[in-house]
Design a protein around this ligand. Structure first.
Ligand SMILES: [Fe+2]
Length: 198
């Protein structure tokens, strides 16, 4: 089964700046995603995207919401329509006249699967957070103190253990860091305290 999208242009440039409201995004999120673990993953990635946009990209509240919305909805169709993963949410957002930047970020979050290269900062950070966030969350669940006193060294140890969170692609993580121009240590150090608050 191929999830390749077969195109690299998404949305209409005339819709630049259009987003769902938070209430609309949450309504779609709750209607489409039923699995609580997947919901939590998407909320974590959304939160990391918002924090990065505000803190590292210097974006204002509407700008950071675009990043958060991409994170919050990036796997929206994975739960109920895995064979249409990415295609279905992209088409939904296109129908709703959403900003192409948000749609492109979602379309490129797994470029090996969807055949869409991460190009913008938003694209690259969504790709970078997706897998690493999941591994750090899995690590928090096996630690008695959760995120308390978790450090970069411990996360890197888990990354080296191929059997730990085996579904997390180590190749995607290093590829994403390279594309985003970020050191792995810095990305881990960014995620730990922020994800602890979700
Ligand atoms: Fe994801």
């Amino acid at each position: 089964m191929s999830l390749h999208l077969g195109r690299t242009q998404f949305g209409n440039p005339a819709n630049t700046g259009n987003t769902l409201t938070r209430a609309q995004a949450e309504e779609l999120f709750n209607a489409w995603v039923l699995n609580p673990k997947l919901k939590f993953h998407m909320q974590q990635v959304g939160h990391l995207m918002k924090c990065w946009a505000a803190e590292k990209e210097g974006l204002d509240v509407p700008g950071a919401w675009k990043w958060e919305m991409a994170g919050l909805l990036h796997d929206a169709d994975w739960d109920q329509w895995p064979d249409q993963h990415c295609k279905k949410i992209i088409e939904e957002l296109e129908q709703r006249n959403i900003d192409p930047e948000i749609i492109h970020a979602i379309a490129s979050h797994g470029h090996l699967h969807f055949g869409v290269e991460p190009e913008t900062r938003m694209d690259k950070m969504l790709y970078a957070f997706d897998e690493l966030s999941g591994l750090i969350h899995a690590y928090s669940l096996m630690r008695p103190g959760g995120y308390l006193e978790m450090d970069t060294k411990g996360v890197k140890k888990r990354l080296k253990e191929k059997s730990f969170a085996a579904n997390v692609s180590r190749e995607d993580i290093s590829d994403a860091c390279e594309r985003a121009g970020i050191q792995l240590d810095d990305l881990i150090a960014f995620i730990i305290p922020r994800q602890a608050g979700v």
